[in-house]
Design a protein around this ligand. Structure first.
Ligand code: PAF
Length: 281
């Protein structure tokens, strides 16, 4: 496995790879969710490139990127075991030199859900992913369904900017007890870790109710709310039942929909979602 930092070294190393190239962008502190993306890229492509870059411009000022968990040695060991060919670890300075002033902004689908509470987040994501795509030129790029809105926003950007890249969205990977894997789970103490199960349990309850024939969007949202309300350490920020592609909030009867939410467990903000009426969920 080759590890590079500069754009120049990246270009040289890319030239030595077998086609086709599968790309997994990450912010590091890898878990089985990331490794599932690497595995899928390995299955699909001749070479696998992973980037590790905790992207400062997708964090708001009060979101404290300095405390974002990092363990580069552990990450590299996991990537070697996973059969990654090339790891790119750009520096903040090389990505955002002092006079940096160009943004990629996807409009409509960045606005609701996460966008409502993190209004500068998605332009940070789309700007960095665009820069990463421009540098790596992958054939396929892999993202997790855990960040459901990010997946929609990146697909939109890829279409709108004519990137010749296939975007592959992989299923959420969960701990055995249902908690969706996230680098942020490390912030939870034992009590909070237990409390955090209310997210997946809320979604499960709504999924069961959907299976049993419930189709009303408000009732499905309500089922999740009720589960979260019972957990004293949890504070629901939003629960949404939206169209899975436009992300418009739905009312009345729904067939396929994205049920998604953000919940504070103590100081830690967690997100989770399920696609209802979709075999991939
Ligand atoms: O999903 C993430 O880890 C990040 O948002 C991404 C796509 C690597 C961009 O920084």
């Amino acid at each position: 496995m080759k590890i590079v930092e500069s754009f120049g070294d990246l270009q040289k190393a890319l030239g030595e790879l077998k086609q086709s190239v599968g790309f997994v962008p990450t912010m590091g502190y890898l878990h089985d969710g990331h490794l599932s993306l690497v595995n899928k890229a390995k299955e699909d492509c001749g070479s696998v490139v992973v980037s590790i870059f905790a992207n400062p411009i997708q964090f708001a000022e009060d979101e404290d990127i300095d405390n974002y968990p990092r363990d580069i040695d552990r990450d590299l060991n996991l990537l070697i075991d996973g059969g990654t060919d090339l790891v790119w670890i750009p520096t903040v300075k090389s990505m955002y030199p002092e006079d940096f002033q160009t943004w990629v902004n996807v409009e409509k689908v960045s606005i609701p859900l996460e966008g409502k509470f993190r209004p500068t987040h998605f332009r940070g994501v789309t700007t960095v992913v665009s820069k990463l795509f421009n540098a790596v030129h992958p054939d396929k790029a892999y993202f997790g369904q855990k960040d459901a809105q990010q997946a929609v926003v990146i697909k939109q950007m890829t279409r709108d900017l004519n990137y010749p890249i296939e975007i592959i969205i992989c299923p959420i990977i969960r701990e055995p007890d249902g908690l969706a894997m996230s680098s942020r789970n490390i912030y939870l103490n034992d009590q909070e870790r237990q409390a955090a199960l209310c997210l997946s349990q809320g979604l499960l309850a709504a999924g069961d109710s959907f299976q049993a024939g419930e189709r009303d969007a408000e009732k499905l949202r309500h089922t999740v709310k009720n589960v979260i309300k019972k957990e004293s350490l949890a504070e629901l920020q939003y629960i949404s039942c939206a169209h899975p592609e436009t992300l418009k909030e739905l009312e009345g009867n729904v067939e396929t929909s994205l049920l998604s939410m953000a919940v504070f467990i103590g100081q830690t903000r967690l997100i989770d979602n399920v696609l209802l009426g979709n075999s991939k969920s």
